[in-house]
Design a protein around this ligand. Structure first.
Ligand code: ATP
Ligand code: MG
Length: 234
């Protein structure tokens, strides 16, 4: 696939197809979804493929599940994060304790110093929801996310911020995150008669002529795969 020099592969070929080749370098992309909707899988696929296929180092900051559980679960897909850590291609930061005990600014410092040390071009924060839990007001949260976005832009680090949407709800965070970020990808799980159906759609991707369709997607033993059929072709 021909890709503009400002684009980098998402690690999911079928997703690249519907976003003009990949994410725009240095962008901050919100990936929002309900429990079990595939946020962590999509984000790890992005980091793993960056490190293995594109020689781009990455940092995964986990505030939701421990680093050891994340590594164990991702081995299901043959994504060996421990090996990549040993080769200094990836760093997995376990901030699960820090989420409650330390300030958000300290967490951001730890993440940015890891990005700097590794020269990371890709970053995942899992999740923005956990990271900002202890910020008291909406105004402070908005200001924090704007500052973080600016710092990441300067670091030329393409970042996935994962956002938790409670089951049966549709609101994203506090209602401003999607305006501050460059892009928004929604992973939706809904009951379709007797089984859960996964769908992905993109309400926003700045500077990109992206698909406006709802795409069925699947979590397979190889990771995420998106149906690129448009609504009209189904
Ligand atoms: N090897 C596999 N093959 C197919 N599907 C899998 C496999 N491993 C996990 N899954 C599916 O992926 C789901 C978990 O996906 P993931 O952890 O990426 O979701 P998440 O959005 O990060 O969830 P949470 O908000 O709870 O962190 C599981 O609930 C299961 O349905
Ligand atoms: Mg997760």
């Amino acid at each position: 696939m021909s890709r503009s020099p400002f684009k980098l592969s998402s690690g999911i070929p079928s997703l690249d197809k519907i976003i003009e080749g990949g994410f725009t370098q240095g962008d901050v992309i919100l990936v929002a979804g309900q429990p079990g909707s595939g946020k962590t899988t999509l984000a790890t696929q992005f980091l793993f493929s960056g490190a293995v296929e594109h020689g781009e180092t990455g940092v995964y900051a986990t505030l939701v599940e421990s680093a050891s559980k994340l590594k164990r679960d991702m081995l299901q897909f043959n994504w060996d994060l421990t090996k990549l850590e040993g080769e200094r291609k990836i760093a997995v930061l376990d901030l699960i304790q820090a989420a409650s005990e330390k300030s958000v600014a300290t967490n951001l410092d730890m993440i940015m110093s890891s990005v700097k040390i590794l020269g990371a071009k890709r970053l995942v924060i899992d999740s923005l929801t956990s990271m900002t839990t202890y910020i008291k007001t909406k105004e402070e949260a908005r200001s924090f996310i704007s500052i973080m976005t600016k710092i990441l832009e300067e670091a030329k680090c393409t970042t996935l911020l994962l956002v938790e949407i409670p089951w049966n709800k549709t609101d994203i965070g506090s209602g401003f995150e999607e305006f501050v970020a460059d892009s928004l990808i929604i992973l939706e799980s809904s009951l379709d008669r007797f089984r859960i159906k996964r769908r992905l759609y993109i309400p926003k991707m700045r500077g990109t002529n992206h698909s406006l369709d709802c795409h069925d997607f699947y979590i397979t033993p190889e990771g995420i795969s998106i149906s690129t059929l448009t609504t009209a072709e189904k």
